[in-house]
Design a protein around this ligand. Structure first.
Ligand SMILES: [Zn+2]
Length: 260
């Protein structure tokens, strides 16, 4: 039976109000060069912020189809099959972490930035006005795509602040940028500026990592790393209950009226 027009209007109003409520969530924006990077490096932060009621929004610039899918190439899969599989894995991982995910399919190895991609990222900044942004390290001699993703993030963030840059009208303020811990931090000039206690959501991060079938060898690696960072978090004044943590480097200064 068709709904009465009046009840349809009410339902539309309720749906509109619910959508507005959900749209008012503050956003944690995560920009990932390849489809699995956000899981290893920021899965805990994403699950934590999602649990706290934030919108955790992940932007995957590529699927990591050429550079981070060796086992599927060795198994004789086609490029299209690999991209589809990587996308499906990343969607499942994002779902477990409570994140929204958008894929740009920009290609990897190499990831080639385009003017259109920068404009899309500027629009993401202006639309979601993120409270914080997570992305790759500034230096990574093992992976140029990671560095390009960082450069794209920093550039689009600055452009999104400029009143004269075209696109959506709402310029952004100055959301802090936190850099993921790279795979070999010593080679990437990575400094730990912040240790985030992810103990309460680590089980979700582990399940999300286990979605990445092409990189099974990394599951234990990133579990061990989280334990080491957890111990350091405790030693550096973090919660005494901390068991697992993720490390981040800041790009811009911390600000405020007090040191602590
Ligand atoms: Zn990567």
């Amino acid at each position: 039976m068709e709904a009465h027009p009046a009840s349809k209007v009410v339902n539309d109003q309720v749906r509109g109000a619910l959508k507005k409520m959900s749209d008012n969530r503050q956003t944690l924006l995560v920009i990932s060069a390849h489809s699995a990077d956000f899981v290893w490096r920021a899965g805990g932060a994403i699950a934590l912020y999602s649990k706290r009621g934030y919108r955790a929004r992940v932007l995957c610039l590529s699927y990591g189809e050429r550079g981070e899918s060796a086992s599927m190439w060795k198994a004789g899969k086609t490029l299209a099959e690999i991209k589809a599989k990587r996308r499906e894995e990343a969607e499942r991982a994002a779902d477990i972490l409570g994140a929204e995910i958008r894929f740009f399919d920009q290609g990897d190895y190499p990831l080639r930035p385009t003017a259109e991609l920068i404009d899309e990222l500027v629009d993401e900044f202006r639309t979601y006005q993120p409270v914080a942004v997570l992305t790759h390290s500034l230096v990574d001699p093992y992976n140029m795509d990671h560095v390009r993703a960082t450069e794209l993030t920093l550039e689009s963030r600055v452009l999104a602040q400029a009143h004269g840059y075209p696109g959506k009208p709402d310029v952004i303020d100055a959301p802090p940028v936190f850099l993921f811990e790279p795979h070999q931090p010593e080679q990437c000039e990575f400094k730990v500026h912040f240790l985030l206690d992810i103990t309460e959501v680590f089980e979700q991060k582990r399940r999300a990592m286990e979605c990445m079938g092409a990189q099974e060898y990394l599951w234990e690696y990133y579990t061990d790393l989280a334990k080491r960072r957890g111990l350091q978090c405790k030693r550096n004044g973090g919660p005494k209950t901390c068991v697992y943590a993720e490390a981040y480097q800041r790009v811009y200064p911390q600000t405020g009226r007090e040191f602590v």
